[in-house]
Design a binder for this molecule. Sequence first.
Ligand code: ZN
Length: 253
Amino acid sequence: MLIDVHCHLNLYLNIEEVLQEAQRNGIEKIIAVSMSQISLQRVMEISEHYDMIYPALGIHPEEIKMNEKLEQNLENILTYIRAKKDDICAIGEIGLDHHFIKDNSLYPLQTKVFEAMLSLAHELQLPVNLHTKGAEKEVFDLLPSFDIPHVNIHWYSGPAVYLDQGIERGYFFSITPAIQYSPAVKKVVERVDKDLLLLESDGPVKYSGRVGVPAMIKEVLDVVSQLKNIDKEELQAQIEKNTRTIFPNVFFD
Ligand SMILES: [Zn+2]
């Protein structure tokens, strides 16, 4: 079974088609991650509508520049997520971003929101799905203060030193279709052992001009299998096992 552990499904206009294409390619489950305050409800709605979708709720670090009322609404957001705790599989997509967000006057609030999300994951004992772009050190320094069951680092492209620290701490790394061309993603696949790898589309992000969709994780599996020189069936079974370990709620039906 193939599982896409990170997709922004609420952003597709043709979701029905995207899901059918996924199924034709053997993708049986998809984790829909939220980003914005308004996406929380939308992600819940689509997951109620389609059996193969499992929701993760959280606030993305770039929401800081999109939503002027984020700080004011933070308590309401936390209350909303708490109320959905039995229906979600993770807290995500959350994290810090110092790459796309250059205005460092926004960093204190970004950190405040991230810490609130990590506390919530600790409180609810849910895994987290993390964005770390340009803030790998800051994210890795914060994590040990929280007792979180498992950590998924999504699309890692930062320095090797934190990659190695993540591996040592047993974090799971999800690999995107950027594996086709990105040296940074190739490095992650080379260094991370097969028992810490996951697959994700991060759709609808574009890859070399193609809109990312869950169906693409089948190609990601092919490339990872070649790079690691592991038989495809064996690797697929291992990645499914990893996904069960980190996101157990995706397998309770
Ligand atoms: Zn994402």
